[in-house]
Ligand binder design. Structure first.
Ligand code: ATP
Length: 508
């Protein structure tokens, strides 16, 4: 990243917009670039409280009358020596006509000066991306990434020194570092300190404390959720083809797979009838592949309180996922998240279109091993761009379970609740529950248990059958939607069950 900023400065890009919540870290990185032999540029920092101050100097050395953003930009224009000018609090003012105008004037003047080898760049540093249309073409936007292992190592070493822990094996160190990936430098510092305070040491045993602190921080940020799932693939009935596909890719994110020449899996879309185990399969994949599962809550991405806020939310969430990678990014109900977003002018001022665009671009360009696992119920609500070949590695269609699969589902859920399942005639249960989804089978069983529990007795075959009979499954109440989805999927998606022929045979 430092290299990228360096290249932009060397190439005399006049205006760089650096998105980051970590001012100090970014400032330090820029100062290091400026101090390089080839560079030798002075660095000045503007804040709304002190105006322009040279980097590393006391605040009393402020350039007078540069507190207003316009005056500060004018001052920068007047400078006759190479410099990097960091503007920290500009984003709330950047839309003001005078500020935008002065910035455009500065761009023009820098370009002229560049011809005479006078290198000047303005770097706007902000936690959110907010650029007026007039400047859009002039700005290069960069995302300052979260600390990598090397940087976290400095933080950890500092904590280990302070806590006088001398001997840590390379493995312990690596585990402690990996556990903090995805946090800002400040957050990592706090987490290590807290783990140390709690346990009085920082060893391998504290990795779990670091991890659980990280999960809390990620949850507090509100957009991503760190999901832990104990279920394995064995707790899913049917979906054999999908399971096989997933098992085949268990080691797809290893170095060995790269050396073999395999591409990194990008993601999968699971389409299907509600309640047939789409979310369940996403969750169990995390265990199967041994990768953390992060759920992206699109509902929480949207935030109308400030222009650019939603984009910043998405950007931050994706940045966190990338820094924790290899990881699985789970988006439930993709159809709801992006419904109608391919239209250009929405009631929300185009926010959902922009979010959708940013997400697609990210999916297209991402190089980090973040596997996107998305689910959707309604294909007609899904923007066509998602369904285009190559966007996902595979689109699977999860249909209602057939008789054999229903048997498996009954078995799984009965075993979960009772040890003695021989007293049930599972074949019969599977027969009478034709048209039921996995979720509906589970619900019928729970209803049967409640019935028996209220009468203070053990639940029986007959209780389950009665519950099934009194349930109207979705496949009956939503026959048309289910048929339409099937029709669509028949041509375009891969069946999650064993074979296409099998579910084509099924009729409801
Ligand atoms: P929705 O589209 O409504 O979110 P979904 O397809 O994601 O539904 P899940 O949430 O995964 O369905 O399923 C709900 C519950 O139903 C699961 O937690 C599980 O207990 C049960 N279930 C569904 N399908 C299966 C299955 N094939 N095997 C075992 N249990 C299942």
């Amino acid at each position: 990243m430092q290299e990228e900023i360096n290249v932009l400065i060397q190439a005399q890009y006049p205006l760089i917009y650096l998105v980051t919540p970590e001012e100090e870290r970014a400032e330090r990185a820029i100062a290091m670039i400026a101090q390089r032999k080839s560079q030798q540029q002075r660095v000045f920092v503007w804040t709304v409280t002190h105006g322009i101050v040279e980097y590393g100097q006391s605040r009393h050395t402020t350039q007078h009358n540069t507190v207003s953003p316009e005056a500060a930009v004018q001052w920068v224009i007047q400078q006759k020596e190479p410099g990097i000018y960091i503007f920290k609090d500009l984003h709330p003012f950047i839309d003001a006509p005078a500020t935008t105008r002065w910035l455009r004037d500065a761009m023009a003047s820098f370009r002229e000066e560049a011809k005479k080898s006078l290198k000047k760049s303005i770097i706007v540093m902000s936690p959110v991306q907010q650029i007026p249309i007039e400047l859009e073409k002039e700005v290069v936007v960069l995302d300052f990434p979260l600390p990598n292992l090397k940087e976290l190592n400095q933080v950890l070493s500092h904590q280990l020194d302070q806590s006088k822990t001398r001997r840590t094996t390379t493995e312990t160190r690596e585990k402690l570092l990996k556990a903090a990936l995805g946090l800002t430098r400040d957050e990592a510092e706090k987490v290590y300190r807290k783990a140390y305070v709690k346990a009085g040491r920082l060893t391998e045993a504290e990795v779990d404390i670091v991890l659980s602190e990280k999960k809390q921080i990620i949850r507090r940020n509100g957009i991503l959720d760190y999901i832990e799932e104990d279920e394995t693939l064995d707790s899913i009935g049917g979906l054999e083809e999908l399971k096989r596909w997933l098992k085949q890719r268990s080691n797809a994110f290893t170095e060995r797979a790269r050396e073999y020449g395999l591409p990194q899996p990008k993601g999968m879309l699971i389409l299907g009838v509600p309640g047939c185990g789409k979310s369940l399969i996403a969750k169990t994949t995390s265990r199967l592949w041994g990768l953390p599962l992060l759920r992206l809550d699109m509902g929480r991405v949207y935030d109308g309180s400030m222009v650019g806020r939603s984009e910043a939310n998405l950007r931050n969430a994706l940045k966190t996922a990338e820094s924790i990678s290899p990881a699985i990014l789970f988006i439930d109900e993709l159809d709801k998240s992006f419904a109608g977003s391919s239209g250009s002018s929405d009631s929300d001022g185009g926010t959902s279109s922009r979010i959708f665009g940013s997400f697609l671009t990210w999916m297209q360009e991402k190089t980090s091993p973040v596997f996107v696992m998305a689910t959707a119920n309604r294909v007609e609500r899904l923007p066509g761009e998602f369904l285009r070949k190559g966007r996902f590695d595979e689109i699977f269609f999860v249909d209602l379970p057939n008789t054999q699969e229903r048997q498996q589902i009954f078995e799984i859920h009965l075993k979960k609740r009772r040890g003695d399942i021989d007293r049930f005639d599972i074949e019969q249960l599977a027969k009478v529950s034709e048209g039921f989804s996995g979720a509906e089978i589970e619900q019928a069983m729970v209803a049967a248990m409640y019935e028996a529990f209220a009468q203070d007795r053990e639940f029986t075959q007959l209780d389950i059958i009665a519950a099934i009979k009194s349930t109207q499954p979705l496949s009956r109440t939503m026959t048309e939607q289910v048929a339409a989805l099937r029709d669509w999927a028949r041509q375009r998606a891969r069946p999650a069950a064993s074979s296409l022929a099998e579910y084509q045979r099924m009729e409801f």
